[in-house]
Design a protein around this ligand. Structure first.
Ligand code: ZN
Ligand code: ZN
Length: 374
């Protein structure tokens, strides 16, 4: 992630940003039902977002006045460097034993835990250690704050998107008849790592011919053949932040029907990009793309939502889908990815990553969108 260097106002400094995140979460904590006085944060992305800690093990405990990160010996030095403003507590042999001790030390009787990031085992283990405390399931506390991105976060996502575009551009010569889907996926992941990605956001989807009708067709040993459509869906991680991009290519000769479906999906995608602006509900934006596709008789062939939020996680809120009432706001980063999938024939999906701005969207994906025949 690009850390700002501007000293003026200190507004772009990491410690300042972490303090602001903590303050927002504390404010929300005070408005929750049943008013938990403290909350235990166990979701990995939430822990990272809130504390700045990039290690793989630990838990954060927050109250109105205290903020503690519990982690083990391996990470103590790293945590002290990464988490300005946080008390770092070294965990004993069992993480939850130490977390419970910290909670007891806070002196709050009502303690929230992240219901969407807790296993039943974690709940049981926490309850058995905190007898006499009221454990309150909390939903979306940190997740909802994460949905509105800071400019520095958008910078990292943009960087991940550009790197992905570049990697896909560089491996285009590999997308040709005779090469297996798996080889293309490997080539792509290798290029992304070579270009400086921390890693891949998810295993690349490469689906060719009839397999392109599988919206999430993992790359297989199938070899590409002339006349097929090939869908490539991939993303990189840069500074902890993900990108997500899909393009569908054609291996010549292209049939009229393939071009027709491609143009339809592109038309739906462009209409949805135009519709994606603050104040609109996720389902309204989804409907714009769905209407374009349905009008041409392919409504049943677009069986997934239009898009999803992207950030520290590749799938997060908000959702653009037929059931999403959530209103889109400036600072959201979402995908716009309509598709048409016809069993036995193939499919087309076109996916861009966008940052929602006050007056529309900034499209972070720069890879060309006209049908490329390879
Ligand atoms: Zn994707
Ligand atoms: Zn996606």
């Amino acid at each position: 992630m690009a850390e700002g260097t501007g000293e003026r106002g200190g507004g772009r400094d990491k410690g300042w940003r972490l303090a602001r995140r903590l303050e927002t979460v504390r404010r929300k904590l005070g408005t929750l039902e049943r008013r938990p006085g403290a909350v235990v944060v166990t979701g990995e992305c939430n822990r990272r977002y809130l504390t700045g800690f990039t290690g793989s093990s630990g838990a954060a405990v927050v109250s109105a006045t205290r903020a503690v990160l519990v982690t083990d010996f391996r990470y103590l030095t790293q945590a002290k460097a990464e988490c300005p403003g946080w008390e770092i507590v070294r965990q004993g042999p069992v993480l939850l034993d130490t977390v419970a001790e910290v909670v007891v030390g806070f002196g709050e009787e009502r303690v929230g835990f992240e219901r969407d990031h807790a296993t039943f085992a974690l709940y049981e283990d926490l309850s058995s250690r905190l007898k006499g405390f009221e454990l309150i399931p909390v939903a979306g506390l940190v997740d909802s704050v994460r949905e509105i991105k800071e400019e520095e976060e958008i910078d990292a996502i943009r960087e991940a998107a550009l790197l992905t575009d570049r990697a896909l551009g560089e491996i285009l010569p590999f997308i040709k008849p005779g090469v297996s889907e798996m080889d293309i996926a490997l080539e792509l992941e290798y290029r992304m790592r070579k270009l400086g990605a921390d890693g891949v956001a998810f295993p690349a989807i490469v689906a060719s011919g009839p397999r392109s009708a599988l919206p999430h067709g993992r790359a297989s040993k199938k070899r590409l053949a002339p006349g097929e459509l090939v869908t490539v869906d991939t993303g990189a991680v840069v500074g902890g932040y993900c990108s997500d991009l899909t393009r569908t290519f054609a291996l010549g000769p292209v049939m009229g029907e393939q071009e027709k479906v491609y143009r339809l999906v592109l038309e739906a995608q462009l209409a949805a990009l135009e519709a994606c602006r603050p104040g609109r509900a996720g389902k309204e934006i989804d409907q714009v793309a769905r209407d374009v596709i349905s009008a041409r008789g392919h409504g049943d062939h677009f069986g997934h939502g239009l898009g999803h939020g992207v950030g520290l996680a590749v799938h997060e809120g908000p959702r653009l889908s037929p059931t999403s009432d959530q209103v889109i706001e400036a600072g959201h980063v979402v995908t716009v990815e309509p598709g048409v999938y016809i069993e036995g024939w193939g499919g087309v999906r076109i996916e861009d990553l966008v940052a929602v701005r006050a007056d529309g969207v900034e499209i972070l994906s720069t890879f060309p969108k006209e049908l490329q025949v390879l």
